[in-house]
Write a protein that binds this ligand. Structure first.
Ligand code: SAH
Ligand code: MG
Length: 197
């Protein structure tokens, strides 16, 4: 398992797969343990790195993870099997914005897919949270670009960063959720569903 994780880190580096930073996944694994999280939905599996680590936080964790890219999905399946976690990690190959989920609820939803779509993912999947459920989003700082938007030359990148800024505003103004922004790794937001909603 340890070896497989190292192998995945190397693969991610060699093939430019944007896996989560170590400090961030450590925070999430700790969060899973402390909050007795059992059911997790992940949007954006890539090669399965974060799903495998989240599942390994505790033996009773189950993860459903969604990936739209066929090659990454295949790689993810392979890695999940190699770690013998296929009973606890369900990998779905589809665009998360098109998928119709079964009527299940999740204690934790981890958003880590297309950065321009975070608000859409949030709005679509918040209905699948348990009471006091939590949505964690990765790459809130977007490699420092969010803090330095004025210096960005590329129009596309600027637009993407603008969307992330809108997402941050959306979270700050959201009455249903209480959000904390953490300066861990590439930036995490932790949005807890408030009582009585
Ligand atoms: N969570 C992974 C990294 C995910 S990288 C880890 O830390 O190990 C983001 C992934 O999201 C990419 O593989 C990309 O193909 C996928 N993705 C982007 N938009 C998506 C969408 N709308 N639905 C499903 N997957 C998506
Ligand atoms: Mg990420």
């Amino acid at each position: 398992m340890k070896e497989k994780i190292l192998e995945m880190e190397k693969y991610a580096k060699d093939y430019n797969v944007p896996i989560i930073e170590k400090a961030s996944i450590s925070y999430i694994m700790q969060f899973i343990k402390e909050n007795n999280i059992k059911n997790i939905l992940e949007i954006g599996s890539a090669i399965g790195y974060s799903s495998i680590l989240m599942a390994s936080a505790s033996e009773d964790v189950k993860v459903t993870t969604i990936e739209r890219d066929q090659n990454r999905y295949m790689e993810c399946l392979k890695n999940v099997k190699a770690c013998e976690l296929e009973k606890r990690i369900n990998v779905v190959c589809q665009d998360a914005l098109e998928l119709n989920l079964a009527d299940v609820s999740y204690d934790l939803i981890f958003i880590d897919a297309a950065k321009g779509q975070y608000t859409k993912f949030f709005e679509k999947y918040k209905h699948f949270l348990t009471d006091r459920g939590v949505i964690i989003s990765d790459n809130i700082k977007f490699h420092g670009h969010v803090a330095n938007k004025d210096k960005i030359a590329s129009k596309n990148l600027k637009q993407l960063v603008g969307k992330l800024e809108n997402y941050i505003e959306f979270l700050k103004n959201n009455e249903e959720f209480e959000t904390t922004f953490l300066d861990v790794g590439d930036g995490l937001s932790v949005s807890v569903l408030k009582d009585g909603k």
